[in-house]
Design a protein around this ligand. Structure first.
Ligand SMILES: [Zn+2]
Length: 267
């Protein structure tokens, strides 16, 4: 009798433990979602890789200066370009591509009210930019970056639509404040560039190459030297680079997102 009671008691405890665990699961997964977890880290876990990514170009002087530094340091990077800046700056786009860097898309207007008005509006902005890149380089660019990051705009519905168009999303896990304040001193930019969120050995670093980003030009050689000294390999984002986006809350459905899409980015 006593034995039976004890057995039932154990079962009861286990049931309570199990129920608590079930109820806590959404909380636990919710906690993970606020971390800048990325998919690239799962693929190249043991390799130290840094992807330098430059947003908001092409711009006449600054983008060229950055290209000069990359050439000098023999580094390949990725440029997320704004569609309506390409007309009149075709030569810069050709230089980026011609020197072995890759091209990503960063909307057509970069005007938040317009790009984030609806999912259709966002996709249209990317399509227009993709066409501009194709017009100049005759390539299909499919890597995209959301202005200010995919959070809180990305959700299941938009992800599905973007994937259907062959787009792949790239956020970052290290960033410079050069997009928020052009006057951030180069020393501060350098310190920001070396702070990586999480413990991934894959770093996607966000920088800007717009016309006022002269301090970024000044900080860049030191940033490159730092990652070289730390033993990182520099890579541009290519068609086989796993997507890299901030986790977002799924629509109350546990769903595995397939991040690998065989597509053609640019080379
Ligand atoms: Zn931007």
């Amino acid at each position: 009798m006593k034995k039976g009671y004890s057995f039932l008691s154990k079962c009861g405890n286990f049931t309570i433990f199990f129920l608590v665990l079930v109820f806590c699961m959404p909380l636990i997964s919710g906690y993970n979602k606020i971390n800048a977890r990325t998919s690239a880290s799962d693929v190249e876990e043991n390799k130290k890789v840094v992807y330098l990514t430059f947003d908001d170009g092409p711009a006449n002087i600054v983008t060229n200066k950055i290209l000069d530094t990359l050439k000098e340091k023999d580094i390949k990077a990725t440029f997320f370009v704004i569609g309506d800046k390409i007309s009149g700056r075709e030569e810069i786009l050709k230089r980026i591509y011609g020197e072995g860097h890759t091209i990503g898309l960063h909307t057509y207007t970069h005007k938040f009210k317009k790009i984030y008005r609806s999912e259709e509006s966002f996709i249209e902005e990317m399509d227009l930019t993709r066409n501009e890149v194709k017009r100049v380089l005759n390539i299909e660019a499919t890597a995209i970056r959301f202005p200010a990051g995919s959070k809180p705009h990305l959700n299941d519905s938009l992800l599905e639509k973007l994937h259907a168009q062959g787009y792949k999303i790239y956020d970052w896990n290290a960033s410079l404040s050069d997009g928020l304040n052009y006057n951030t001193p180069p020393d501060k930019l350098y310190r920001e560039a070396t702070k990586v969120v999480g413990k991934s050995t894959n770093v996607v670093l966000l920088l800007h190459c717009d016309q006022p980003n002269t301090n970024t030009c000044k900080a860049l050689p030191r940033i490159i030297d730092y990652y070289k000294e730390q033993g990182y390999e520099f890579k541009p984002i290519k068609e086989d680079t796993p997507e890299f986006y901030f986790r977002f809350k799924k629509n109350n459905v546990r769903k595995t997102v397939t991040t690998f899409i065989k597509n053609t980015m640019d080379k």
